[in-house]
Structures are given as structure tokens and as C-alpha cells.
Design a protein around this ligand. Structure first.
Ligand SMILES: [Zn+2]
Ligand SMILES: [Zn+2]
Length: 235
């Protein structure tokens, strides 16, 4: 079976390339991509402004559907049993569990975090980004089954924007009754508003774009600082 990927081959230069979809090796999973989001990072990567990524397959926020399971894969990384046809999400970054950062428990700083994603499309297994027909989940890459109750458009951002905000707010120890100021209601800001509200915090959003202000309210902002009402950022 052939599949296609959107390969970034230079700054602002994307070519759609076709490859044979590989059979998963032991421990790996091949998924069909059902939906992929355009994350803000994707724009930086496209312009070659990302510090590490140059030639790669674009796309990293996505939900897929299991097409084939490698030998030994019976469950996801939360212990849920998995089979062909199940919807799954996979964090795009690697957690090698062997580098100095991982051994200290700082999994978010893994030195090999981008080792899958920074591959050129020509390198096996080709399907290392989500702007593609398929995605290859590597043998030591986390992935999770998606509950039937969660639709694709809600879950597709869970492996990047949502998980980063959840992690960040837990790292700073936000708790019920505290207040949180969010500067900018883009993708991450909106996730932060919803998660902080769910954690019991009072959410204040600084924003100047009317559509974003409306969204911020729907995502849990109780107070808006509308930047259009002030002459300068300092004010
Ligand atoms: Zn992202
Ligand atoms: Zn590591």
C-alpha cells in the first residue's frame, strides 16, 4: 500500500511524497491519520524558525486509527487493550528514558525528543509527521487509545496544546481559588483558560482580537483585559 506525506524540504518549501506504508516492526503501530491540526509551531517549522527541525514531515497534532499492530503490542501506554480500527493519539516527541534528563525524571527535556520527527521523509519509516495519510508510532513512543465519547476534532490537539497546558499548570501548582493571567488567547491560551477553570482557578485573559475574546469567554475566562482599551502594552 502506498501513502503520502507533506515533506518540508527547505524554508517554506513543501513537497508531497509517496512511499510504501511499512509493516510495523515489533512494538510499533501503523495508524491511518484521521485528522491533523495546524499548530502554531508548524508555522515556525515551515519558515525554518524552529531550533531543531529542518527537513521533516510536517504535522504533529493528530488523531489516527490503528491499521496494523507490530508483534507484542496488545495495550496502549495506559494499559488499555488495543486492536485494529481503534482510534489513538501519540505524543510526537520521544521520551527515551535513557538520557540524563530522562534519568532525572525530566521527561519533557529528553535529549532525543525530536529524533523521530527530525527525520527526512526518505528515511524509514517515512511516516514521521501527521500531515500524511499514515503515521508510524515507533516501538518506544507513547500512544493512547481514544474513548468513543471523545470526537476527533476535540482530541486531535490533546497530544500537544492540551497536554502542554495541563503539564505546565500542574508544574506551577495552580490550585482552586487562585487566579491565573493568560496573555493571549491563541490555541494554548484557550486550552489554558479551560484547564485552569476546570482546576478551580479564576481566569483572566489579556487579548485584543474580538473573535479571540469571545472564544476566551467560552473557554472559561471570567475577566478580560481588552488591549484595545489601552494606549500601550505598559499601561
Ligand atoms: Zn503543537
Ligand atoms: Zn531521554
Amino acid at each position: 500500500m502506498k501513502g503520502r506525506v507533506a515533506a518540508l524540504v527547505g524554508p517554506e518549501e513543501v513537497i508531497v511524497k509517496e512511499f510504501d506504508v511499512p509493516e510495523p516492526e515489533a512494538g510499533a503501530v501503523v495508524a491511518k491519520v484521521r485528522r491533523a491540526n495546524t499548530c502554531g509551531s508548524e508555522v515556525h517549522i515551515y519558515h525554518h524558525h524552529h531550533p531543531l527541525l529542518r527537513e521533516c514531515v510536517l504535522g504533529h497534532e493528530f488523531v489516527g486509527e490503528i491499521q496494523a499492530l507490530g508483534d507484542g503490542v496488545e495495550t496502549d501506554y495506559a494499559g488499555e487493550s488495543v486492536s485494529v480500527g481503534d482510534r489513538v493519539i501519540a505524543p510526537y516527541y520521544r521520551t527515551c528514558r535513557k538520557c540524563p534528563a530522562c534519568l532525572k525524571g525530566d521527561f519533557n527535556l529528553c535529549q532525543k525528543a525530536y529524533s523521530f520527527w527530525s527525520q527526512r521523509a526518505e528515511e524509514f519509516p517515512h511516516f514521521t509527521g501527521a500531515f500524511a495519510t499514515h503515521y508510524y508510532i515507533q516501538p518506544d513512543q507513547y500512544f493512547y487509545k481514544v474513548p468513543d465519547s471523545v470526537p476527533d476534532e476535540v482530541v486531535a490537539g490533546a497530544n500537544c496544546g492540551l497536554s502542554q497546558v495541563l503539564y505546565g499548570l500542574h508544574e506551577i501548582g495552580l490550585s482552586a481559588g487562585e487566579s491565573l493571567v493568560i496573555q493571549g488567547a491563541g490555541g494554548l491560551g484557550l486550552y489554558a483558560a479551560a484547564v485552569a477553570k476546570d482546576m478551580g482557578a479564576e481566569v483572566i485573559v489579556v487579548e485584543g482580537i474580538p473573535e479571540r475574546i469571545e472564544l476566551a469567554k467560552r473557554f472559561g475566562a471570567e475577566h478580560i483585559v481588552d488591549m484595545r482599551e489601552f494606549e500601550s502594552a505598559e499601561e
